[in-house]
Design a protein around this ligand. Structure first.
Ligand code: HEM
Length: 339
């Protein structure tokens, strides 16, 4: 099934734009940094998947780490989702992408419901809660709205919360996003590809799987009680990689009968089998941040033989959404541009 709809894709891109964003940048994940390194498959990876990058050897990769917000100015210390987009450069000259974020589940199960969500959660002027409102929320065992960060005038939180109150599928994503915090480093966070993909083993067995990057350095957030710093993540990455590489393991969770195979809002039970598929080593920040970050276009549907997209309608529409967004911001053409 293919849910591609260029009209809806463009509507989604426009609905995501923020008043403090820039049409020259991505409408979300606007601030980011490009890097590069290599991926080495684990010894068992080839038993599960025939894709070239799981067969062994060192596969060169390009990456982009990002802040989830569509604000054009870096606010690294603000609580926000972070992104990690990875392109594997395959030996035959082709490529495949894996786009992941720090949120394990998404806000909506279909493009139409995500459009409703995006419109409801459009950033609005900040309303600071009075002490009484906060106490009342705590007495009701709910989390009070936080105070604005220095310089924060608009935010999507109230609209997102109201939407989640009325639409159960959004609750997990909204709750996790509201409490996610800020990482000490882009390489000290776990990143989830969220959707289900179908992989094929050498004996033809097809498995429904989800991928996650786990940082070898461990997960660490900043102290939420301290005043957030606006810009530190890019400098931290530069300084870290100048001293030593950063590493992530690629973990693959195998779904079972009854798991949500085409719904990115629903988690799988925690006791599913997990397989270590390989080790990513990031050794340098890209020299040309315009070409290798700002103008780069990733696409979650850029797959390769051995890995297929599931019927998840959000994954399906993302093919056109990312292509449209790439065109609108005049980026290096998306891999699907032109057909
Ligand atoms: C229908 C749902 C979604 C829409 C409409 C959407 C929209 C977008 C758009 C327009 C961009 C900018 C693309 C570009 O200009 O190159 C983007 C980037 C991104 N999105 Fe999504 N997105 C959706 C779902 C997701 C999901 C489920 C994830 C979780 C993995 C995700 C993670 C990211 C990341 C990490 C980036 C930054 C990629 C980069 O660095 O180039 N998005 N998204």
């Amino acid at each position: 099934m293919n849910m591609s709809d260029p009209g809806l894709a463009e509507t989604l891109v426009q609905a995501l734009r923020r008043p403090d964003g820039s049409t020259d940048l991505r409408p979300v994940h606007s601030v980011g940094i490009g890097a590069s390194g290599s991926f080495a498959a684990s010894h068992v990876a080839a038993n599960y998947c025939t894709a070239t990058h799981f067969q062994g050897g060192q596969i060169p990769v390009s990456l982009r780490f990002s802040n989830g917000s569509g604000c054009a100015v870096a606010h690294d210390g603000w609580s926000d989702v972070r992104g990690m987009a990875t392109r594997f450069h395959l030996p035959d000259g082709a490529a495949t992408d894996l786009i992941a974020m720090t949120l394990p589940e998404f806000f909506a199960p279909t493009p139409e419901t995500f459009l409703d969500f995006a419109r409801a959660a459009a950033p609005a002027p900040f309303k600071t809660w009075s002490p009484w409102q906060k106490i009342r929320a705590l007495l009701k065992l709910t989390i009070p709205m936080r105070d604005p960060y220095p310089g924060e005038t608009i935010r999507p939180d109230e609209g997102a919360m109201r939407f989640a109150d009325q639409n159960g599928y959004a609750q997990l994503g909204v709750f996790q996003a509201a409490t996610i915090g800020a990482p000490e480093s882009y390489v000290r966070a776990s990143y989830h590809a969220v959707h289900t993909f179908i992989i094929t083993a050498p004996d033809g067995t097809r498995r429904w799987v989800r991928f996650t990057w786990q940082p070898i350095a461990g997960v660490l957030n900043t102290n939420p009680l301290e005043t957030p710093r606006d810009e530190y993540l890019q400098q931290e990455l530069r300084q870290r990689l100048a001293k030593e590489p950063a590493r992530f393991s690629l973990m693959m969770t195998i779904g079972e009968t009854g798991d949500a195979l085409d719904d990115p809002t629903r988690p799988w039970p925690p006791h599913r089998i997990r397989v270590m598929m390989g080790l990513l080593t990031i050794d340098r920040v890209a020299e040309d941040q315009i070409t290798d970050s700002e103008k780069l276009s990733f696409n979650p549907c850029l797959l390769t033989d051995g890995i297929e997209a599931s019927d998840d309608p959000i994954l399906q529409i993302r093919k056109d959404v990312y292509e449209t967004s790439s065109r609108l911001r005049d980026a290096t053409p998306c891999p699907f541009a032109g057909g």
